[in-house]
Ligand binder design. Structure first.
Ligand SMILES: [Zn+2]
Length: 196
């Protein structure tokens, strides 16, 4: 079924239903198909990958062959570490994923967590060995790439969709490493402007 406003279809998981029809429909409509997989264990990853999704969500428990498939096919992965904490499934193996493909940061189901990328960045930075630069990239350029948007980095030819932070806020004044500070401690209160 085609929907004029939807960006695509997010499938809950290959265990929940057979998503062949949705996969075919999104492909025909030129829209994105993402699927949540590998959240509790590795057992739904093959079926999810067999759908040739535009991206996978979670991938907390990949086995070596799943990592090989990710590297070979280049499917981006959206990790949601805060959601994974709430559901108690573990922490996604960020280094293994970053070594193989594009990794973006997501907030998963709004029923589980507030949709705050600041808090998601903080958890990703503090729970994993990803560097601050990697985490910032996951929340910006990689996220835009997964969503098919021409933003996420300040470069000629890109759409200017910017978040301006106040470097003089009580929280950010005097920081030595701005990327690290933005990733680990910035929040909504530090936002000065949103462009456009
Ligand atoms: Zn999920």
């Amino acid at each position: 079924m085609e929907h004029p406003f939807a960006a695509g279809f997010g499938a809950s998981g290959a265990r929940d239903a057979d998503f062949d029809a949705e996969r075919a429909a999104t492909r025909a409509a030129g829209k994105l198909f993402g699927i949540h997989a590998g959240e509790r264990d590795p057992h739904d990853l093959d079926a999810a990958m067999d759908l040739d999704p535009d991206h996978l969500v979670h991938v907390v428990h990949p086995e070596e062959r799943h990592l090989d498939r990710l590297a070979a096919e280049g499917w981006p992965v959206v990790v949601c570490p805060r959601s994974n904490l709430v559901t108690g499934v573990g922490v996604p193996p960020l280094r293994d994923l970053l070594d193989r493909t594009t990794v973006a940061l997501g907030t998963d189901n709004v029923m589980l967590d507030s949709p705050s990328m600041f808090r998601e960045m903080e958890f990703a930075a503090k729970l994993t060995d990803a560097t601050a630069v990697e985490v910032l990239r996951m929340a910006t350029a990689a996220g835009a790439a997964v969503a098919g948007l021409n933003c996420g980095a300040i470069e000629p030819g890109r759409d200017a969709r910017l978040l301006v932070l106040d470097g003089d806020s009580d929280n950010l004044a005097g920081v030595r490493d701005p990327v690290r500070a933005v990733v680990r401690r910035a929040g909504q209160g530090d936002v000065k402007a949103v462009v456009p």
